[in-house]
Ligand binder design. Structure first.
Ligand code: ZN
Length: 679
C-alpha cells in the first residue's frame, strides 16, 4: 500500500534562496499568479508567482512546502542535539544522541582512518570460500530496512529485507515479512529501460561502482563493475514491479522456514537463516514469492566471485557516508548528480541530523516534542480529526451504492481508528545501543544492528497498536493499516499546513486535507482490504466491492492522462491508493469544514472568500519545484503523483466550481457526471 503523505524527504537541505514570502496567516497571496485562469490550471494559479521567483537550492533535488518545513525541523533538531551534547550527563540517552552526531561531524577523524573501519568486513567477504559461506554472509547482511505498508519503502540493496509488523491474518502478534532486494539503483526500471536517459544512468552507475572499488583498493574495478551491473540486471528481471508489490493479497504467502529450500531452490537457506539469527522462527510471509525463487536460483547460477564483488561494493556503498570524502563525493556524483540532478551536496550537519534521526529517532523526538509542540496545537488538531472522521461517517451513510451491511463494517473500522497526534505515548528504549565517541562507522553499524535486533526480537510478541512509525520531527503523516491507526507528527502541524491563528477555511483546506488523506487510506484500494482489527480480511459484499473497484479504475484513467514530460505520464495504477486518499480526503475535509460553520456563511480573509481560502490552502501545500532527473525518478519509484497533479483533485469537488467561476471549456472543467467520488 502507500499510506504516508508524500515522497521521501531523505535528501533535504540548504535554505539560502527561497523561503516562501512572509505571510501573516492563512493563504500566501504573494504565491498566486492572477494571469492564470483558475479553471485552466489551478496549481499554476495558486502557486505561479512562487514558482516563478523560486530557485531550487543547489543541494536539493526538489523544493516546496514540505522541504521548507523540513529544513526548519532540521535546524531545530541540530540545536537540540548540539545542546544535548553539551549539557547531558555522560551515559545518558541525550549524550548518546550528541555523541552519535559529533562522531559523524568529525570529518578529520574520519579522513585519518581511511577505509580501516570497514577492513574487517571486507576481509570477511574476501574470505568467503564457497556458496555455503556466501549464504551465511547474505543472511548476516539482512536488515530491517524495508516497509511495504506504512512508509512504503520497497527498496533494499541487500538481497532481501525484513519487516516485522502485525501479521496479515494475526494482527495481534508481530510477524516477519521478507521482501526482495539487491539493486543499487532504486528501481528495476532503470536496469530494464533502453532510452537514452536510462542508458546514461546505467553508465553513471557502472562508473560509480568501479570508482568505489578502486578507492577501496579492490583490484579489477572496471571488470567487477561490469559483472556487478550484469548481476543486478538479472536481479531486476527477477524482481516484481511496484504495482505488483502493492497488491497485499498477492503478498500474503506464508512459508515455513523449511519450505524455502523446496519453493526457492539455489540458496542454502539453512545457512542464510543461521546468518540472520532466525533459526528459531517458524514461518515468514514472503512478499514476492516468484522473485524469491528467481533470486535464489541466481545465487546458484552466478559465479562466487561476482557475488563477492557485489557484496563488497554494497557494503562500501552503504557505509560511504561514514567514510572519507573521496567515497562520499563519488557516491554523491551518482545518487545526487546523475540520478537526481542535484548539483551540490548537503552541508555535513544536515546529513548528520538525518543519520542521527534514522539511528535514534525517538530519543531526538522526545527533545523535539517537549520544546516544539504546544498543547494548543494538539487540541486544535484533535478537534479537526474528530470533525473529519465524523464527516467521513456521514459520507458513508449517504452512499447510494453501498449496502447497509458493508456500511456498518466501514463505520466500525472508521470509528475504531487509533489517532496519534504530535508524538507517541511511549518512547523507544536505546539503552542497549552502544554509541562510541569518535567512531562514526561503528556507530552506524551498531545502529543498523540495533534496529534489526529490535525487530526480530519481537517476532511472536503481542502488538502495541499505539506504536508509532514516524518520529515527531518528521514532516509527514501516516496511516498504519495493520494497526488501524494514524500518526500526525508534531513537525507537520506547522505553517503552511496548519496555523492556529488562521481561519478554519484555510486550516481545513491545508492540514484538514492531510488529515482527510490519512483517514482515507483506511479505505483506499489496499486499505479497504483490512478490517477494524487490521486483519487482511474481506468485509465487503461482492457487489459493493465491484463498484468500489470500478470507481478506482476511473481515477486510474484520470491520472494516466496526466503527463509530466511528453515521454512520461503518471502511472495511475501505481499512484491509485494515494489518489483515492487525496480525492476522498479533500471531500471529507470540505464537508467537515462546512459542518463546523454551523449553518453560518464562511467568513473571508485577505480579500478571499472562505471557499477560496479552503481550496487555495489545499493547492498551496503542493507547491513544489523538482529537478528533471528527480521528477523522472519519482514517477518510476514513488506511489505519489507529482504535486502539480495532486492539486488537480479540486476538479472532482463540486464546491470548487462556483468558488472560482470555473466554466465549461476551461481545461480542468469536468461536467458533474464526470467528477469522480470514490467515497
Ligand atoms: Zn498517503
Amino acid at each position: 500500500m502507500k499510506s504516508h503523505l508524500l515522497v521521501s524527504l531523505a535528501a533535504i537541505a540548504i535554505c539560502t534562496v527561497t523561503a516562501r514570502a512572509d505571510t501573516p496567516v492563512g493563504v500566501d497571496l504573494s504565491a498566486i499568479d492572477k494571469s492564470v485562469v483558475p479553471g485552466d490550471d489551478f496549481y499554476a494559479y495558486a502557486n505561479g508567482s512562487w514558482l516563478k521567483r523560486t530557485e531550487i537550492p543547489a543541494d536539493q533535488s526538489r523544493w516546496g512546502s514540505f522541504n521548507i518545513l523540513n529544513l526548519e525541523a532540521q535546524t531545530r533538531t541540530r540545536a537540540l542535539i548540539e545542546d544535548a551534547a553539551k549539557t547531558s550527563a555522560p551515559g545518558s540517552e541525550a549524550r548518546k544522541v550528541g555523541d552519535f552526531y559529533a562522531g559523524f561531524m568529525d570529518e578529520a577523524g574520519i579522513e585519518a582512518k581511511g577505509i580501516a573501519p570497514l577492513k574487517d568486513q571486507l576481509s570477511a567477504i574476501a574470505a568467503i570460500g564457497d556458496k555455503k559461506a556466501l549464504a551465511l554472509a547474505l543472511g548476516a547482511a539482512l536488515r530491517a530496512d524495508v516497509d511495504p505498508l506504512n512508509n512504503t519503502n520497497f527498496q533494499t540493496e541487500n538481497l532481501f529485507g525484513i519487516w516485522v509488523a502485525p501479521g496479515f491474518t494475526d494482527s495481534e502478534h508481530y510477524t516477519p515479512y521478507l521482501l526482495q532486494g539487491g539493486l543499487g539503483i532504486p528501481s528495476r526500471d532503470y536496469y530494464l529501460g533502453d532510452s537514452a536517459k536510462m542508458k546514461a544512468v546505467q553508465a553513471a552507475y557502472k562508473t560509480y561502482v568501479a570508482a568505489t572499488l578502486r578507492l577501496a583498493g579492490i583490484a579489477d574495478g572496471d571488470k567487477k563493475a561490469a559483472a556487478i551491473f550484469d548481476l543486478e540486471t538479472r536481479i531486476a528481471k527477477a524482481q516484481e514491479s511496484i504495482v505488483d508489490s502493492q497488491d497485499v493479497v498477492k503478498a500474503n504467502n506464508v512459508w515455513a522456514r523449511g519450505d524455502f529450500a523446496g519453493k526457492a531452490p539455489g540458496l542454502d537457506w539453512e545457512q542464510f537463516f543461521r546468518g540472520a539469527g532466525l533459526t528459531q522462527t517458524g514461518s515468514f510471509i514472503v512478499w514476492q514469492p516468484s522473485a524469491f525463487a528467481d533470486l535464489s536460483k541466481l545465487v546458484a547460477d552466478t559465479p562466487l566471485g561476482t557475488w563477492k564483488a557485489w557484496l563488497a561494493f554494497h557494503r562500501i556503498n552503504h557505509f560511504a557516508p561514514e567514510l572519507p570524502r573521496a567515497f562520499v563525493d563519488a557516491r554523491f556524483d551518482f545518487y545526487g548528480k546523475a540520478l537526481s540532478g542535484t548539483p551540490k551536496q548537503q552541508d555535513r550537519w544536515k546529513r548528520a541530523v538525518n543519520l542521527t534521526n534514522d539511528a535514534m529517532g525517538d530519543a531526538v523526538g522526545k527533545l523535539y516534542a517537549a520544546k516544539y509542540f504546544p498543547p494548543a496545537s494538539k487540541a486544535k488538531a484533535q478537534e479537526m480529526v474528530k470533525n473529519i472522521i465524523a464527516a467521513w461517517g456521514r459520507r458513508i451513510d449517504a452512499l447510494t451504492w453501498m449496502t447497509p451491511a458493508t456500511k456498518a463494517k466501514a463505520k466500525e473500522k472508521l470509528f475504531g481508528l487509533y489517532v496519534g497526534i504530535g508524538y507517541p505515548e511511549k518512547w523507544r528504549d536505546y539503552s542497549r545501543l552502544s554509541v562510541v565517541k569518535g567512531d562514526a562507522l561503528g556507530n552506524q553499524m551498531r545502529a543498523d544492528l540495533f534496529e534489526y535486533h529490535y525487530s526480530i526480537d519481537r517476532i511472536g510478541k503481542a502488538v502495541d497498536r499505539h506504536e508509532w512509525s514516524m518520529t515527531p520531527q518528521t514532516v509527514n503523516a501516516v496511516n498504519l493499516p495493520l494497526q488501524n491507526a494514524l500518526n500526525f507528527p508534531a513537525a507537520i502541524l506547522e505553517r503552511p499546513f496548519f496555523d492556529a491563528k488562521a481561519h478554519d477555511a484555510f486550516n481545513y483546506g491545508a492540514i484538514g486535507s492531510v488529515i482527510g488523506h490519512e483517514i482515507s487510506h483506511t479505505f483506499d484500494d489496499q486499505g479497504a482490504a483490512f478490517d477494524v482489527k487490521g486483519r487482511l480480511h474481506n468485509w465487503w459484499t461482492k457487489e459493493d466491492f465491484a463498484h468500489f473497484k470500478q470507481s478506482g479504475q476511473a481515477l486510474v484513467a484520470q491520472y494516466n492522462a496526466y503527463k509530466l514530460f511528453p515521454d512520461l505520464a503518471v502511472n495511475g495504477q501505481q499512484t491509485l491508493g494515494e489518489n483515492i486518499a487525496d480525492n476522498a480526503g479533500l471531500a471529507a475535509a470540505y464537508d467537515a469544514w462546512h459542518r463546523s460553520l454551523g449553518g453560518k456563511p464562511a467568513p473571508g480573509d485577505q480579500g478571499l472568500t472562505g471557499e477560496q481560502e479552503f481550496f487555495l490552502g489545499f493547492a498551496q501545500e503542493w507547491a513544489t519545484k523538482t529537478r528533471e532527473a528527480a521528477a523522472r525518478q519519482q514517477v518510476l519509484v514513488d506511489v505519489h503523483a507529482p504535486g502539480q497533479f495532486r492539486a488537480r483533485q479540486v476538479r472532482n469537488i463540486d464546491g470548487w466550481y462556483p468558488a472560482f467561476q470555473v466554466q465549461p471549456g476551461q481545461k480542468l472543467y469536468l461536467p458533474p457526471a464526470e467528477r469522480l467520488h470514490v467515497w
